[in-house]
Design a protein around this ligand. Structure first.
Ligand SMILES: [Fe+2]
Ligand SMILES: [Fe+2]
Length: 408
């Protein structure tokens, strides 16, 4: 049974949570603490999966508690549940927080947030990697884009549109900005999937304090890149995002699903970036395994790590609060039939877009480099030449639009 610890200095708030979550007693093991100190005592004797804490508490505040938990028990998913008046404090301490929820928080929101966290843990297939992933505060950027963003933001004539354009070309920056903008912290009514829109909503001053003050971005600096080419990973990710969006249009998905398709396509290989940045030794072993057996890279990852870049990426996005549609699109982009949510979705678009992008390289969709025909025919997709031609036309159209006007 998965365990959650709630921390709040107001006993009435804890009583409210107990009542709100009574129906989950058979599925979740829940404990309650009235201070950071008490929480640490409880954590020292029992293993927990999720910590939900208030921000402003006497003695140790929520961020101090989460910083300690990050170091002592990195696998625990860290959620802040706070009032609006605590926003300033939180803004200063974004690092250790995976997700934010605002008080008052309704039962369904709290239940679905925690349930999604447990579901992505089950997806990961390797609990020891959870420690590495949940310590991640941000992912490094392509050096050229990092320089561009710092120059643009540092310039007295910096433009918000240009900042959005640069961020939407970078996997790590896009994921971080969308994690922040979609958290309850910013209180937006809609779910944003476009990095350019996210930047427009945040405004230049907020983006400046995030980038220059809180330093949410960093530059990629590893040099051993036999696992995959950095420039190639970025190009492939942006191209997949674009093509997934066009395929989603072709499949007549809803506007929300088209937005999800772009975002899931852009970040579908974020797990590769995590592996490169955080697990370089594993990357060397994966490369060895793939070259000695001739299997696809994701199959080599499974043999070496017991999981794949797809699941690793989905886990990070899951604990950062991304929607189920994005998580599915990332987790199952090499094996869509394994996804329990059936039907046409952003996953379908990402699967087709990624497959087309990988068509000519060695990281093929599967050994034969072809699509899962059972999956496609179940969805009524005739993956004929005609369909492929339509995708190519959409792709070309998308690239032309992209030249004019970035990725919206
Ligand atoms: Fe992949
Ligand atoms: Fe890919």
């Amino acid at each position: 049974m998965r365990r959650i610890l709630f921390v709040d200095d107001e006993p009435m708030v804890l009583d409210g949570l107990r009542r709100m979550l009574r129906s989950m007693r058979k599925e979740w093991d829940m404990e309650y603490a009235t201070s950071g100190g008490e929480a640490l005592e409880i954590l020292a004797v029992r293993v927990f999966d999720v910590l939900v804490t208030d921000m402003r508490m006497p003695g140790m505040d929520g961020c101090q508690l989460l910083n300690q938990v990050r170091e002592l028990y990195p696998h625990i998913v860290r959620i802040i549940l706070s009032g609006q008046s605590d926003r300033e404090d939180i803004f200063e301490s974004l690092g250790p927080v995976h997700q934010y929820l605002s008080k008052p928080c309704d039962a369904e929101m709290l239940k679905s947030t925690v349930a999604r966290t447990f579901a992505v843990r089950n997806l990961l297939e390797n609990d020891s990697i959870a420690d590495v992933i949940s310590k991640i505060e941000s992912l490094p950027s392509l050096p050229s884009l990092y320089t561009e963003i710092m120059d643009e933001i540092g310039s007295p004539n910096g433009s918000l549109a240009r900042v959005g354009e640069i961020i939407s070309k970078d996997i790590g920056m896009s994921a971080k900005i969308l994690q922040l903008v979609n958290s309850s912290f910013f209180g937006l009514a809609t779910h944003v999937t476009s990095p350019t829109k996210a930047i427009a909503l945040l405004g230049l001053e907020t983006v400046k304090s995030l980038v220059l003050g809180i330093k949410i971005f960093s530059r990629f600096s590893r040099s051993d890149l036999s696992y995959c080419s950095i420039a190639g990973l970025w190009d492939h990710s942006v191209a997949t995002g674009y093509l997934a969006k066009e395929i989603a249009r072709h499949l007549k998905l809803s506007q929300a699903e088209i937005g999800d398709s772009f975002l899931a396509g852009l970040v579908h290989d974020i797990g590769k970036l995590i592996l490169l940045d955080r697990l370089p030794e594993a990357c060397s072993k994966i490369v060895e395994e793939a070259s000695s057996t001739g299997c696809a890279m994701f199959e080599a990852e499974k043999k070496v790590l017991g999981t794949t870049h797809a699941r690793i990426g989905a886990y990070l996005l899951g604990i950062w609060g991304f929607s189920e549609s994005i998580i599915d699109g990332v987790a199952f982009h090499h094996c869509p039939s394994e996804c329990s949510n059936e039907g046409l979705s952003a996953l379908t678009a990402v699967y087709l877009a990624d497959g087309r992008q990988h068509k000519n390289d060695r990281d093929k969709v599967n050994k034969a480099g072809s699509f899962d025909q059972d999956y496609l025919s179940k969805l009524g997709i005739d993956h004929s030449e005609e369909f492929q031609l339509a995708c190519s036309n959409h792709c070309r159209l998308g690239e032309e639009r992209g030249c004019e006007n970035s990725f919206r």
